[in-house]
Design a protein around this ligand. Structure first.
Ligand code: PHE
Length: 461
């Protein structure tokens, strides 16, 4: 048995460098969640007030869960389910891993639908076709409700994800993250520069920077927690899987802090791209999920009307940015499932990846059709897309996060946890005690309170 474990371990992929670790993990975190979902939530939650609450959740609850995932993954060197099997054989903790793999399938399925729309908008803006449209509401709605059209883009996006994952850790995930993440950061800075120079941008800045605390309702608080978990990709074993490829030298606390800073920066900067732009043409900031696919194309075409080159480049860069961000995240969701299938059933990476891609394509088709021909098909009162989104963000992620903090904070041997945090005593971690306090008390208690509050109304309905 021991021999088999060692053999499997030595065959496992590894990240080749510390930069690769940070860029791949930040790549998982930075995604549609930052550029599409965050501004939508900020718009609905009243701007700066939402951002303040969100930052609190990142620091006190989501970051500690990330650290727990790193500790679990690197001490077990196994996939999300295998890690719990190794660290707590025969114990129910494995449920957290099972929920993670299940969540990986669900999240990749609905995420790829939106990523597919992004691919379509990227091609449309590159060909100049997008700028010639007049009614973007109609364009968007007739595209997403078409029975075939979005499916082609969904399949194309899943294929891209598949290719990267099938190439493995160092040659696939690390290599592409190292290419895509810096490009993404450069595009963001250029776009912030563009949007700041638009007339009327100051109103957008005020919306983002001046908190109106009366806007903080219980709903805003719940939304902010869900957003923090989703944005950092925590609670689903995604980072358990990634950290199982970390080396013994990787500094867990520093890596977690870096990833949180990059992720938050990208989310806030996306706000700095979108809101000054939206305000500059006098559109309401709370347009919801259509913000990026209906409101922004309107804005881009107005800019195009005045300075065609600027309008064209702005739109194209924006959708390329969104596409890259989606891809670096989708590969991490895919990897949760691929790692499990290949390790558990001893399949080659290619075969395991092919199974995952096929299942997600089938589930993704259900999600996509729920915007069109299957609009009336509901399970528990929700269409497939909504059902998957709800199950993952409101249920699997917080519950998974709760179990992971309890596992590391209370079940795992304290010495082992400290060894992981200090790399076997070679690092002095000044923040050790506050971090353990967050992991043992603050984060689980916070998740529990909010979780109960969130689910309670559902059951008494
Ligand atoms: N964090 C990603 C985003 O912001 C989404 C994600 C969720 C990725 C769960 C992996 C796992 O878009």
């Amino acid at each position: 048995m021991r021999k088999i474990l060692t053999r499997v371990n030595s065959e496992r992929g590894r990240f080749g460098s510390q930069l690769g670790v940070i860029l791949a993990s930040a790549g998982s975190a930075v995604g549609l969640g930052n550029i599409w979902r965050f501004p939508t939530e900020v718009g609905k939650g009243g701007g700066a007030a939402f951002i303040l609450v969100y930052l609190g959740f990142i620091l006190l609850m989501a970051m500690p869960v990330m650290l727990c995932e790193f500790i679990i993954g690197r001490s077990a060197h196994a996939n999300a389910i295998g890690a719990f099997q190794k660290l707590a054989p025969g114990k129910p903790w494995m449920a957290a891993g099972i929920m993670g793999v299940l969540g990986g399938f669900l999240v990749l399925s609905f995420y790829s639908v939106v990523a597919g729309w992004t691919l379509f908008y990227t091609i449309a803006s590159a060909s100049g076709w997008l700028q010639g449209e007049t009614d973007y509401n109609l364009t968007f709605n007739s595209f997403v409700s078409n029975p075939w059209h979005p499916l082609i883009y969904l399949a194309a996006f899943l294929l891209l994800t598949h290719i990267v994952v099938a190439r493995g850790i160092e040659r696939g995930i690390e290599h592409y993250s190292k290419l895509m993440m810096p490009l993404l950061l450069v595009i963001i800075v250029v776009l912030v520069g563009f949007s700041m120079t638009l007339p009327g941008a100051a109103d957008g800045l005020r919306f983002l920077l001046k908190p109106d605390l009366s806007k903080v309702t219980p709903e805003v608080v719940l939304g902010a927690m869900g957003q923090a978990f989703f944005s950092l990709s925590v609670g689903m074993g995604c980072l358990i899987t990634y950290s199982s490829y970390f080396s013994q030298e990787t500094r867990l606390v520093r890596s977690a802090l870096n990833v949180c800073v990059i992720d938050t920066l990208v989310a806030v900067l996306s706000g700095f791209i979108i809101f000054p732009t939206v305000f500059s043409v006098g559109i309401a900031p709370d347009a919801g999920p259509g913000l990026v696919f209906i409101t922004l194309p309107n804005v881009f075409s107005m800019i195009f009307g005045k300075i065609p080159f600027l309008g064209y480049v702005f739109a194209l860069l924006f959708y390329v940015l969104l596409l890259l961000a989606a891809l670096t995240s989708s590969i991490s969701m895919h990897e949760i499932c691929t790692a499990f299938f290949s390790e558990h059933f001893k399949l080659s990476r290619r075969k395991a990846a092919a199974i995952v891609t096929t299942v997600c394509l089938l589930l993704g088709i259900c999600c996509s059709l729920s915007f069109g021909p299957w609009q009336d098909v509901t399970v528990f009162g929700r269409g497939f897309f909504d059902l998957f989104d709800f199950t993952v963000t409101k249920f699997l992620m917080p519950l998974g996060g709760l179990m992971m903090t309890l596992f590391v904070g209370w079940y795992m041997d304290r010495k082992l946890v400290e060894q992981q945090l200090t790399n076997d005593g070679t690092l002095s971690v000044r923040l050790m005690h506050p971090l353990l306090l967050l992991i043992r008390w603050v984060s689980p208690a916070g998740i529990l309170v909010i979780f109960i509050n969130e689910l309670f109304p559902l059951f008494i309905k």
